[in-house]
Design a protein around this ligand. Structure first.
Ligand SMILES: NC(=O)c1ccc[n+]([C@@H]2O[C@H](COP(=O)([O-])OP(=O)(O)OC[C@H]3O[C@@H](n4cnc5c(N)ncnc54)[C@H](O)[C@@H]3O)[C@@H](O)[C@H]2O)c1
Ligand SMILES: [Zn+2]
Length: 360
């Protein structure tokens, strides 16, 4: 069992990673909350795979589960999904002490977290992330949100920290392989910005992750959740170094947007990391041998390193409009070695164009 403590102003909680933990969620929640009901928000894929085990675990710990299901998919992370959920919570007589448990990937975590932040002005929130991306990234840090389809992703949201994050790597066995690879992109990102040794370990073991070896996944998730937790602790409200988590994401968001979201987030981030690492070499910050190691690992993880179809000008334009651009200058998270990120706002346009060419 791996326990990662998180401590930020106003909140202290643990991230617990343990094979088989789903069966103990009830006990764990019982230790921190003395209520008789617990609401579980989940999606249509998780209903068949893992909701029954979670409900059983809650009943064993004397919770009456209230299950609320939305259809799976990013397109349902919207305001209109919220009203029926609030109404069901009223019907089920949820109170200020009733925990909201998110059982799902990042979509469910963000939406359920927003419900927990807003219903009765705030209920206790428990994360049970089930995708690799949610385990190492979305479930940690307290950002919750829904999309406004006409304005953009995560337009309406709140900071609301979970009371505990409970991770059972065994649930990854039912995750579609493409989603596992998307999560690996964020793991590679974490190692690149913070942990050179972790990067070398992942180079030795990436196939074990792809083969769903639970022992290795437990270790990988624990280490990556810890990296995210340390970055969030250092910058809980996103004023500075949390921006390092955007490594690969300036290019990545542009690639997603220009493909009309047909390129998955993890794939776009993989391509974005190749482009950013390329920029780092062109600015003389990063060794070209290191760039090649990065490309090789991304490729072994089953993620793309080139093949972007969108016209370069469209990508360039999308990057200009990215909301993370400060005072008209594009800010890029770059690397000067494995495990160490640097923010630069002086990347010449010509180098950005070369980087786009390098991933076409
Ligand atoms: N709050 C944050 O800090 C933060 C950080 C990163 C991403 N996010 C958000 O996370 C979302 C993406 O999360 P995601 O990649 O997990 O997508 P997701 O929640 O859509 O999950 C991906 C797919 O896998 C399915 N799934 C999840 N776990 C499963 C399992 N164990 N078995 C079978 N199927 C399973 C889901 O039903 C879904 O179809 C985005 O909305 C993004 O904005 C939030
Ligand atoms: Zn990401």
């Amino acid at each position: 069992m791996i326990t990662v403590p998180v401590s930020i102003p106003g909140a202290r909680y643990d991230i617990v990673v343990h094979s088989g933990l789903l069966d103990a969620v009830g006990q764990r929640v019982r230790q921190i909350l003395p209520t008789d009901r617990a609401a579980v928000i989940t999606d249509s894929n998780l209903v068949q795979h893992h909701l029954p085990a979670l409900e059983r675990a809650l009943r064993e710990a004397r919770f009456e589960p209230i299950a609320l299901t939305i259809p799976a998919g990013e397109q349902y992370k919207t305001l209109s999904m919220l009203e029926p959920i609030y109404e069901r919570l009223v019907e089920a007589r949820a109170e200020r002490t009733t925990p909201i448990i998110a059982l799902g990937g990042g979509v469910i975590g963000d939406l359920a977290g927003f419900v927990a932040a807003t219903f009765l002005r705030g209920l206790p929130f428990v994360q049970v992330p089930t995708s690799l991306l949610a385990m190492v990234d979305a479930s940690i840090g307290g950002k919750t949100a829904v999309n406004l389809p006409r304005a953009g992703k995560n337009f309406v949201g709140a900071f609301h920290q979970p009371r505990i994050v409970l991770i059972d790597p065994q649930v990854l066995r039912t995750l579609p392989p493409a989603e596992l690879r998307n999560g690996l992109a964020e793991c590679i990102k974490h190692q690149l910005i913070r942990d050179a040794e972790g990067f070398a370990r992942l180079e030795r073991n990436v196939e074990r992750a792809l083969q769903l070896e639970v022992g290795y996944l437990t270790e990988l998730v624990g280490q990556n959740a810890a990296i995210k937790a340390r970055v969030v602790e250092a910058d809980p409200f996103e004023r500075g170094e949390r921006a390092h988590l955007n490594f690969g994401h300036t290019f990545g968001h542009a690639i997603e947007w220009a493909s009309k979201y047909t390129v998955a987030h993890g794939e776009a981030v993989a391509l974005g990391m190749v482009a950013s690492s390329f920029v780092s070499t062109r600015l003389g910050m990063l060794d070209t041998g290191v760039h090649q190691r990065i490309v090789n690992l991304i490729s072994r993880a089953g993620l793309p390193t080139r093949g972007v179809q969108a016209p370069p000008d469209l990508l360039f334009e999308a990057m200009r409009r990215d909301k993370k651009i400060a005072a008209g200058k594009a800010r890029f998270v770059l690397l000067d070695r494995v495990g160490h990120a640097i923010i630069r706002d002086d990347v010449p346009e010509a180098v950005v164009h070369q980087a786009i060419d390098a991933i076409r």
